[in-house]
Design a protein around this ligand. Structure first.
Ligand code: UDP
Length: 422
């Protein structure tokens, strides 16, 4: 496993965003947990929402006095292919778990567990299915530390075979965090079930305020014209994000609004081997239409450019068919850009249909809502104010800091939930 290097952040810089009562509770809990050692483990430090959330959260927990390390799993390409299957299956994709997949998953988990022999942490937080089995492979550490499993996926209707396999591990944890109650099956007997919505860092290079002119200047080099309407979707190339549906909706809009431009911004995450196939598929669907741009980290897209695209867009789409949370929605709302999101998962927590954005179920509906917003700039303006305030109240990283501190505090005084599941 590899340790991730993190930039330093100062909690004091975030105080202007926090209500007094929340600030007092954070300071109290941080005092109680001072010096506690926490390991966060996930599959990648680049691309996708989990990495984004950890970059935002961990430096603040450290500045508040906890000793937090972020570890990234090692694994063969076939291991990440298998864990991507787990991810898809937990989101409901059909298919059967093969003995070979189980063997690859267990073998790579054991290789990672071997790195943990001399670990000495008070809390170990495993994110998503990739590290879930580690608890079963670290005997001594299982007794010494409190273990938390954090699920970032929409598991409201998982493929039962994959869920049952993972459940064997998950039920051994001392606590399980999900984004929404709907994601937890009624039959699952999970100890210390905790609901935490993800959040964004308002001061990061991705979310700090930039002027519209600065944003427009930054995206010009990707061939985007400033005086024409711009629709943007920022997401991995993944069928659940429905990039092909986005292109179809754009084509419908284009017939009535010929000047419209579409940019699909996507990163190629290291734990997502399918991403390239989906990128090529998306490029084929875009075809010869030069008003569709597809740009990635390989064209120089960093957090700053993502910020610029989300700021400069007239409309941000997140037309997902399944979505654990959808950080890109909070990111765009925070910038005052109107968002149209798929009517699924965590997007529904962020967008109140017709109040601060639109929720859509079909390509046609998506095209229709784009046209409504392009024709009514005043409506877009109203959405912007309400969207930004919603994010300030519910989805800034300071809320996550408080939620994690509350959980760690609860766990440190609780007897372990399962010393053994066997
Ligand atoms: N992201 C990025 N560059 C890209 C595509 C995505 O930085 O080209 C970021 C995006 O801004 C967001 C995260 O990756 O912070 C995606 O998180 P989300 O919850 O929307 O989806 P996930 O990838 O976790 O399914």
């Amino acid at each position: 496993m590899d340790l991730v290097c993190l930039e330093q952040k100062e909690f004091a810089d975030y105080i202007p965003y926090i209500d007094q009562g929340v600030l007092e509770e954070i300071n109290y809990l941080a005092g109680e947990l001072k010096g506690k050692r926490v390991a966060m483990i996930n599959a990648t430090s680049f691309g996708g929402g989990v990495a984004e959330k950890l970059y935002a959260l961990i430096p603040l927990l450290k500045d508040l006095g906890l000793q937090v390390d972020w570890w990234v799993l090692e694994g063969s390409c076939e291991y990440f292919q298998v864990t991507k299957l787990f991810h898809n299956a937990l989101q409901g994709q059909e298919g059967s778990l093969s003995d070979t997949e189980i063997e690859i998953y267990r073998r790579n988990s054991a290789l990672n567990a071997a790195h943990m022999k001399n670990w000495d942490y008070d809390f170990i937080v495993c994110h998503d299915p990739q590290p879930a089995a580690l608890i079963d492979l670290c005997n001594g550490l299982r007794q010494r530390a409190r273990w938390i499993w954090r699920c970032h996926i929409d598991t409201s209707s998982p493929n039962p075979e994959y869920w049952d396999f993972l459940y064997h591990y998950i039920r051994q944890y001392d606590a399980a965090i999900f984004t929404m109650r709907d994601y937890v099956s009624a039959e699952a007997a999970l100890p210390q079930l905790t609901l935490i919505t993800p959040s964004i860092d308002p001061l990061s290079s991705k979310n700090r305020m930039i002027e519209p002119e600065e944003a427009a200047a930054m995206i010009r080099r990707f061939g985007v014209e400033q005086d024409r309407p711009l629709i943007v979707q920022v997401s991995r190339f993944d069928p659940w994000k429905d990039p092909l549906g986005v292109i179809e909706a754009y084509k419908m809009v284009k017939k009535e609004f010929p000047s419209v431009q579409l940019v699909l911004v996507g990163s190629m995450a290291t734990d997502d081997p399918e991403g390239w196939d989906h990128l090529y598929h998306t490029l084929r669907r875009a075809g010869e239409d030069y008003d569709i741009k597809v740009v990635t980290n390989f064209n120089g897209i960093t957090n700053t450019e993502v910020n610029a695209f989300q700021t400069a867009a007239d409309i941000v789409l997140q037309k997902s068919l399944r979505e654990g949370f959808g950080l890109t929605v909070a990111e765009a709302l925070w910038k005052g850009t109107p968002v149209i999101g798929g009517n699924v998962g965590g997007i529904r927590l962020q967008i109140e249909d017709g109040v601060n954005g639109y929720l859509v179920d079909t390509v046609e509906q998506c095209a229709d809502r784009i046209l409504t917003l392009l024709r009514n700039p005043a409506l877009a303006h109203d959405f912007a104010d309400l969207g930004r305030e919603k994010v300030r109240r519910e989805f800034l990283v300071t809320h996550n800091v408080l939620a994690y501190l509350r959980l760690l505090q609860k766990l440190q005084f609780r007897p372990q939930a399962h010393s053994s599941a066997h």
